[in-house]
Design a protein around this ligand. Structure first.
Ligand SMILES: C[S@@+](CC[C@H](N)C(=O)[O-])C[C@H]1O[C@@H](n2cnc3c(N)ncnc32)[C@H](O)[C@@H]1O
Ligand code: SF4
Length: 344
């Protein structure tokens, strides 16, 4: 049965009309779905009994509680949600003082095959629907604490463009969750056509996973470089205005002896060419069977100093939830499910 949860206002208005109802009923349904904590269609009490009955014959609500939660020593929690058949996704809840960030997944697995990423190792299984993306937020026990959402969990969001854009529309619209787009960041390896549409239709912050300023080296880490070269990505980004509230950042994992030299830092600054952006240096979270290791803190600091000297606001991102495999790039359900199948 099709799910109501995850539909945009215009989809709900069309759905209402297809049920023989007035279009404004679509807005009433949106209000119940995104602004009230209902658990069944029966609770939509400003709809007639007949209208609710008609909806129940064709649709389900589409909300799912989590199946499992792991808690890190640093307070990060990793929630596992059942998707469909034998598919699961993970979301990471990261409290930090008076902020709390939720890292959501957009796909089960990923087809991009980055050398350093557990999700990439899992291969691609499934595109999440908008409802399955939003459910990670809506059904989270700590949903009231969330101040920020990052699309940095499993999958490449711009490879699942329509569902991701629908989920962003629902999060940021007044008929949806009414969240400011400045509290949301989408991270991508740079799928150019999807990026254009994302930039033109949303006001959400953008993070680009860059990881090397050199073409050949980036290709060896991230095969997508062959299709969408980083120089073309930056060219496109230069056509947009980053001087206001919308933020552009570049994510750079520091790999020991690979991409962490002073030359790399200078080449990165040259490649960015003065674009208004921040750089986030990320600790590598080691994955099994990988030849890569993380850079030392002091090398990351030297790298940071060079970029700062070139005018780029540069941070070294705190690792969170590494002990429960909730940190960046460690989300993967395949092997865990094989090992722990009895738990599910
Ligand atoms: C898992 S990805 C999901 C979003 C999108 N697919 C991307 O690559 O930007 C989120 C971030 O985690 C980073 N990442 C992947 N594997 C990692 C690892 N083993 N250690 C640290 N960061 C990692 C990615 O480079 C990216 O910046
Ligand atoms: S880093 Fe992002 S794009 Fe690359 S394999 Fe992992 S999830 Fe996919």
């Amino acid at each position: 049965m099709d799910a109501l949860f995850g539909k945009t206002l215009s989809q709900l208005q069309d759905l209402a009309v297809s049920q023989g109802l007035k279009p404004f009923v679509g807005k009433q349904i949106a209000n119940w779905l995104y602004q009230q904590k209902i658990t069944s269609i029966d609770e939509m009490t400003n709809l007639s009994l007949e209208a609710r009955q008609g909806l129940k014959e064709k649709y389900q609500l589409g909300l799912m509680a989590h199946q499992k939660v792991d808690v890190s020593v640093d307070g990060t929690k990793k929630y596992l949600y059942h998707i469909k058949g034998h598919q699961y996704v993970e979301a990471a809840y990261i409290p930090d003082g008076d902020r709390a960030t939720l890292c959501v997944s957009s796909q089960v697995g990923c087809k991009m095959g980055c050398l350093f990423c557990m999700t990439g190792k899992q291969g691609f299984q499934y595109h999440l629907s908008a409802g399955e993306i939003l459910n990670q937020f809506h059904s989270l026990p700590e949903v009231k604490n969330i101040t920020n959402i990052v699309y940095m969990g499993m999958g490449e969001p711009l490879d699942n463009l329509d569902s991701v854009l629908d989920s962003l529309e629902i999060l940021t619209s007044s008929w949806g969750y009414g969240m400011s787009s400045k509290r949301i960041t989408l991270s991508t390896i740079g799928i150019i056509p999807g990026m254009k549409k994302f930039l033109d239709t949303t006001g959400v912050h953008l993070a680009i996973s860059i990881h090397s300023p050199y073409e050949e080296e980036r290709k060896s880490l991230m095969p997508i470089q062959q299709v969408y070269p980083i120089a073309d990505i930056i060219e496109l980004l230069k056509g947009y205005d980053w001087s206001g509230q919308r933020r552009l950042s570049f994510e750079y994992i520091c790999f020991d002896g690979v991409n962490d030299s002073e030359d790399h830092a200078r080449a990165l600054a040259r490649l960015l060419g003065g674009i208004k952006a921040r750089v986030n240096l990320i600790h590598f979270h080691p994955i099994p069977d990988s030849p890569l290791t993380g850079s030392s803190r002091s090398r990351m600091e030297t790298f940071q100093t060079i970029l700062k000297g070139k005018g780029y606001y540069t941070t070294i991102r705190k690792s969170r939830g590494e002990d429960i495999f909730a940190a960046c790039g460690l989300l993967s359900t395949k092997e865990k499910l094989a090992q722990e199948s009895k738990d599910y």
